[in-house]
Ligand binder design. Sequence first.
Ligand code: GLU
Length: 343
Amino acid sequence: MAPSTSRRGPGSVPLMTKCLLTVVVFLTFVMAGCGGGGTPTPTTTIEQPLPAPTFAPGSTMARIQQAGKVKIGVKFDAPGFGFQNTGFQNTEFQNTLTNQLEGFDIEISKLIAQAIFGGTIGDASSKVDFVQAVSRNREPFLQNGTVDMVIATYTINDLRKALVDFAGPYYLAHGDIMVKTGDTTIRAFADLNGKTVCIARNSTYEQSVRLQAPQAIVLPLDTYAQCTDAINDGRAQALATDNVILAGLAQASGGKYSLVGLSFTDEPYGVGIKKGDAVFATFLNGRIKEIEDSGKWRQAFGSTLGKFDLPIPQPPPIDAGSAPAAAPAATTTTVPQSTTTSF
Ligand code: GLU
């Protein structure tokens, strides 16, 4: 895209210098990305501002652009995806607090905002109103217009597709369980029977845990912080959710919790939008593809989840239309023994 000169102001870098810097930084990034297999070191980005795009009048993109703000529902209590200190009221995570909203979902949000408003990532970030979403309020937030999008570890499934639409997926997670480090009594799903498993209310695990371990006692709470509290004080022995969320929680706890290492569901993360907005969904799918093809997806992953020593995966194919059913059948719980993994 052509650089926009309209954003230059007093004291800004002259255009020629800016272009040269951009090329150098871009080449550095491309070379890091082409290194083959390894985790590229995230580089400092001095980027070209994108020109503000023009959208069809009446489209959601045009409405948001005109409003000058986009409201995005994100998690505040999922380290690695969407995390802010206020998301955790319990003390054990206090030493990890940065007072900033950070994570992969936050980076994806900013990149999407940039495609609506143009400008730099910094410009676009200042036009995002991040709204705290928990698992149970994502559909109502979209339905009642509290947010324009939900980018919050949000699994695409048929139950939800009856209520909202999705773009993506932009990431594929898998189900796992987390226990107190040293708890060797839970090595497989069968071990959960008779034990209490915390899940986020209205997360996909409300169903999948019941399917996989019918005798487990399910404890639904609103946030993952509440679930770790429950494990801590003995109200629950395990927490079931996406492996990457658990990896973040385990990491943030400084090794207090460990993942069992099951991979019992597929959880394709989508960008949730209001039902019936096919134009917006198509626009978002195009932007997600662009983010992936340009290397920005890898960069966003490396600077967020990469900190948890997670290898950078390939993004899944973008096809929200063929998302799996809401309650995955018990087809992938074939890991009777597992290695407990500490992060
Ligand atoms: N990805 C799962 C879901 O959307 C679990 C994580 C979450 O609750 O956000 O339900």
